[in-house]
Ligand binder design. Structure first.
Ligand code: TMP
Length: 212
């Protein structure tokens, strides 16, 4: 059996990743491919990683130290990778993962100021070279992302990171764009357009890269 394909989706909060991934998951499934949808922090199929997620995103934990946060994300990621992602890839699935190492580089490395280099080192230990072959960065300006979060507040769980300021979210967006400029693996998708167009653009890039 051939090894599956590992694709990640990144973007600032409110970029619409969740709806985009669901639509792509449905599209690929209908085509008859084996596809697995998961997300970080936590992971579909890992109780341990999900428990770490609860701890990280708990709105009461406003005094969490930035390194504690980075270590918890990396710990959850290690568990998710070994328990869910790698076995799915071995079975030949296309794994669609909402956030991965790039989120830690941007949120903890840049926005929390721990530096990209140090957070990269930490994540190297966690993932041991198992990086995605393709990453789609759903890009939206910070104000639009934040506005969407506030609008969806009643239907969606409002987490600790969502409480950060507009400045924090703008830093996150810029850091994602800088990372994309450096990494060939990362493709920027304009998230500030109708959802069906965002989905269409993503599918085009996935096909170009022979993901399915
Ligand atoms: P979500 O809104 O995509 O579910 O992600 C939850 C929050 O966690 C989001 O604000 C981004 C943040 N995050 C990090 O800060 N570092 C990470 O490594 C990951 C995976 C997420």
């Amino acid at each position: 059996m051939t090894r599956g394909k590992f694709v990640t989706f990144e973007g600032p909060d409110g970029s619409g990743k969740t709806s985009v991934i669901q639509a792509i998951f449905d599209y690929i499934s209908i085509k008859g491919h084996s596809v697995y949808k998961t997300r970080e922090p936590g992971g579909n199929g890992s109780v341990i990683a999900e428990e770490i997620r609860e701890l990280i995103l708990d709105v009461r934990h406003t005094n969490m130290d930035p390194w504690t946060e980075a270590l918890l994300y990396a710990g959850a990621r290690r568990q998710h990778l070994t328990e869910v992602i790698l076995p799915q890839l071995v079975q030949g699935s296309i794994v669609l993962c909402d956030r991965f190492v790039d989120s830690s580089l941007v949120y903890q490395g840049v926005a929390r100021g721990l530096t990209i280099d140090k957070v990269k080192e930490l994540n190297k230990l966690a993932v041991q070279g198992n990086m995605p072959e393709l990453t789609l960065l759903i890009d939206v300006p910070a104000e639009i992302g934040l506005e969407r979060i506030y609008r969806a507040k009643d239907n969606r769980q409002f987490d600790r990171l969502d409480q950060e300021s507009l400045e924090f979210h703008a830093t996150v967006r810029d850091a994602f764009l800088s990372l994309a400029a450096e990494e060939k693996r990362i493709h920027i998708i304009d998230g500030n357009q109708a959802l069906e167009n965002v989905i269409e653009d993503c599918i085009k890039v996935l096909k170009q890269h022979e993901i399915f």
